[in-house]
Design a binder for this molecule. Structure first.
Ligand code: 13P
Ligand code: SF4
Length: 330
């Protein structure tokens, strides 16, 4: 069958099931001097084949530092965009161009521009989970690893707009005592965790610590024993003396947690719906097969207009400057 390549990725591609995709990917990586960067929410096989697995900040830092000619980004669109913004001369491949992000989509640049124009005295801090168009309208980017530090780097009387995640923004307002103006966006995975079900789990596992990502709603964060980025959550469970943890973030992170602390017990926090899944449908669009195909055909490639790239780069550079020392595990 003829391989069909659309802008968004591959269709109608038959892959011989006897092919050792791990070996094929390794060979292609060497041939093309490519590096695979993967987020913790990727499926276990992808995390295992990746050269680096990390949170959004760690991935951006790796993308900025790599000397590979090609970056395969096993994450979502805004992450690959960030890699391209930092590496205009490199080929950035994304296994599935349709791997988007509900949080990023909740903040369209045209609407955000109008909102920003109504508050000309405000500095704009945007969470990295946003499009290049939003980054270009921002003064500083942050991730969940450095958000508090970045907010606190501004004078306490400086009015701030925080976009696009209302949950992370509300959490930051609470811990910093600021009153940032929040864009009303949210992540479809993190806002689904059910306080009721977490409470029931705690009753059955009273020794368990609740470890939550700050994209979760306030009610869940209020019962968390630890709140942090995916990398910080991983570091916490590894270093903690406790043995049992309820993990309130996308379930992909459990793979690295189990590898890093095999004797400990990790319980995925359940979402508030009938489906027991807390997987991000965007992150999970990536598969080992698509990684193999995108390395083989060097498509789909993420491209960006230079004017947009330069405008989006400035607030990322400010973030990088303010984030020189970060704990990265895994
Ligand atoms: P971090 O890995 O930076 O904590 O971000 C989580 C997330 O939702 C990425 O989409
Ligand atoms: Fe976006 Fe949420 Fe998926 Fe992360 S987990 S990529 S924030 S939808």
């Amino acid at each position: 069958m003829e391989d069909t390549i659309l802008e968004s990725g591959f269709v109608d591609v038959y892959i011989d099931p006897t092919l050792d995709l791990f070996a094929e990917i390794e060979t292609l990586k060497k041939e093309k001097n490519a590096v695979i960067l993967a987020h913790y929410y990727q499926e276990p096989d992808i995390q295992d084949i990746a050269d680096y697995v990390g949170d959004s900040l760690g991935l951006a830092q790796k993308a900025a530092a790599t000397d590979a000619d090609t970056i395969v980004f096993a994450g979502v669109h805004f992450m690959a965009e960030t890699a391209k913004i930092l590496n205009p001369g490199k080929k950035v491949l994304i296994p599935d161009m349709n791997a988007g992000c509900s949080l990023s989509d909740s903040c369209p640049p045209d609407l955000f521009r109008q909102f920003k124009e109504k508050h000309p005295d405000h500095v704009v801090i945007s969470y990295i989970n946003c499009s290049a168009g939003i980054k270009a309208l921002s003064d500083i980017i942050c991730t969940s690893s450095n958000a508090q530090r970045i907010v606190e780097s501004l004078p306490s009387d400086q009015p701030i707009i925080f976009a696009p995640d209302r949950n992370l923004g509300a959490y930051l307002n609470k811990v910093t005592g600021r009153n940032m103006l929040l864009w009303n966006g949210a992540c479809m995975v993190h806002e689904l965790f059910s306080l009721q079900k977490i409470t029931k789990l705690k009753v059955r596992n009273p020794e368990a610590l609740v470890v939550a990502h700050p994209e979760c709603e306030e009610a869940v964060l209020n019962v968390a024993d630890f709140i942090g980025s995916t990398a910080a959550m991983l570091e916490f469970v590894v270093k903690s003396k406790n043995q049992v943890f309820i993990i309130a973030t996308e379930a992909g992170i459990l793979h690295k947690m189990k590898l890093a602390a095999p004797h400990k017990t990790f319980i995925a926090a359940p979402p508030d719906n009938m489906c027991a899944c807390n997987n991000c449908p965007h992150m999970k669009r990536n598969t080992l097969e698509k990684i193999y195909l995108c390395l083989k055909y060097e498509q789909p490639e993420l491209l960006m207009e230079e004017e947009l790239r330069l405008a989006a780069r400035k607030p990322i550079d400010r973030m990088m400057e303010l984030s020189k020392v970060v704990p990265i595990v895994g």
